[in-house]
Design a protein around this ligand. Structure first.
Ligand code: PLP
Length: 451
């Protein structure tokens, strides 16, 4: 390929990047990633990085699995595209929907495919509103979500998300979306115990339903573990209370499993880890381990029956795309046959948790937590008061992220929290490397901000 500087110049001249400031791109240039294998990425300069983010929380089976390339090539030769509209179908979409129905808990037996998590959450908005309208309750259109949630970037899914800096651009949210607080005990728990705080935050859902009217609320949507919001793991009392409230008021529960699904928390789905019974699960990312763009909504028998009693005027050209579906199916085969989720539960997650918790001893770290193979550390100038840094929020997190790169580690920052979500196939010795590099990056960040 061309020299890196030329690639970067072309990139900044023509390529508009998601969630990136164009002026910074022009100044510094983007890092050009060229190859990957296992848990390791290589850039155009030949530097290698341990990818502690599995791309964007998605490369669950790790990079470089040739089986997926083979399946994609075979499917492209056989049937590269056909749609699933107007009473047509094809083998990959049939096989994948049946496999997902087998894997999903409870009576979640029906899949509406999309090209991404954002599209799937847009489907969910229309699906739950249509469901209630078809049941004779058209007034039930409000969807309650949580502050700081991320559910995608389209107009609908961006509205479900609770990141105000996203709402500020483009006039979001759309009508009838409400947000309650997140169950983030370390940052917001005050004097309450985690248990008390979990209950208090769950009861905000009940208060919102009572305030807005039970006859107007259609659904509650949440990630089993809030990912992009900073890996927020709810106190144990939170989810049982949410489930009780949804049951009591007949509110549909949508679990956004885009990050938690396909093994991330040590079960197939985060809903199983949190012991909840969603009516709809949003899936994407780990469904294909990121090898092909595909997402979807897995819905209950009841919802499928109601929606299926008429025509649902919704769909995407790439709903159930045959190549993406074939790749996803092969990915699920690998996850299952190699018992990668067993590896997460029995080896990787316990090993990571022990090493990760040790980071709480670092002078810069307030909280260090993980669940399955997702982890977070909160950076703070004062562990006791859990204070935020003076100056711009996220400035220290940014320094730390850059120090991670300098130490051949890819860790993301969300404000002043650092987060990880490595490929699920990560081995104990690679976890040692991850934590050692993170420690060096923290030491260097600490030294830099003392200056
Ligand atoms: N939902 C969650 C929980 C996510 O983390 C994401 C993406 O990060 C999405 C939805 C959106 O998925 P996509 O980027 O595939 O549209």
């Amino acid at each position: 390929h061309m020299p890196t500087a030329e690639l970067q110049a072309l990139d900044s001249a023509h390529h508009m990047h998601p969630f990136t400031a164009g002026n910074e791109l022009a100044e510094k240039g983007a890092r050009v990633i060229t190859r990957a294998q296992g848990v390791t990425l290589t850039d155009s300069e030949g530097n290698s990085f341990l990818d502690a983010m599995a791309g964007l929380w998605c490369v669950n089976i790790g990079y470089g699995r040739d089986e997926l390339a083979q399946v994609a090539a075979r499917q492209m030769r056989e049937l590269p595209f056909y749609n699933t509209f107007f009473q047509t179908t094809h083998v990959p979409a049939i096989a994948l929907s049946a496999k997902l129905a087998e894997l999903a808990p409870g009576d979640l037996n029906h899949v509406f495919f999309a090209g991404s998590g954002s599209e799937a959450n847009d489907t969910n908005i229309r699906m739950v509103r249509t469901y209630w309208a078809m049941k004779g309750k058209p007034g039930k259109s409000i969807i309650i979500s949580r502050k700081n949630a991320y559910h995608g970037s389209s107009v609908g899914s961006g509205s479900l998300g609770g990141m105000t800096y996203m709402h500020e651009q483009g006039g979001l949210p759309i009508p009838d979306i409400h947000h309650i607080n997140q169950p983030h005990w370390w940052a917001e728990g005050g004097d309450l115990s985690p248990e008390e705080f979990g209950l208090a935050r769950a009861r905000e859902l009940e208060e919102a339903i009572e305030r807005l009217g039970e006859d107007r609320v259609a659904a509650f949507i949440a990630e089993p573990v809030q990912g992009a919001g900073g890996v927020v793991i709810a106190p144990q009392t939170y989810w049982p209370e949410i489930q009780r409230i949804c049951d009591k008021y007949e509110i549909l529960l949508i679990a956004d499993e885009v990050i938690c699904g396909f093994g991330r928390t040590g079960n197939w789905f985060g809903s199983q880890t949190m012991n909840i019974r969603p009516d709809i699960m949003t899936i994407a990312k780990g469904l294909s381990s990121g090898y092909a763009p595909i997402g979807g909504s897995i819905v209950s028998d009841e919802i499928a029956d109601v929606i299926g009693s008429g025509e649902f005027n919704h769909g995407y050209t790439y709903s159930g795309h045959p190549v993406a579906a074939a790749v996803a199916l092969e990915n699920l085969r690998i996850l299952e046959e190699e018992d990668i989720i067993g590896h997460v539960r029995n080896i990787a997650a316990p090993y990571l948790e022990k090493a990760w918790k040790g980071l709480a001893d670092h002078p810069l770290v307030g909280e260090a937590r993980s669940i399955g193979l997702m982890g977070t550390i909160a950076l703070t100038p004062d562990k006791d008061s859990r204070a935020a840094f003076a100056g711009d929020a996220g400035a220290v997190g940014y320094i730390c992220r850059e120090r991670c790169f300098a130490n051949n580690l890819i860790m993301r920052h969300v404000g002043d929290r650092m987060i990880i979500s490595p490929p699920l196939v990560i081995r104990p010795e690679e976890i040692d490397t991850l934590v050692a590099r993170a420690t060096r990056a923290l030491d260097e960040t600490y030294a830099e901000i003392q200056k």
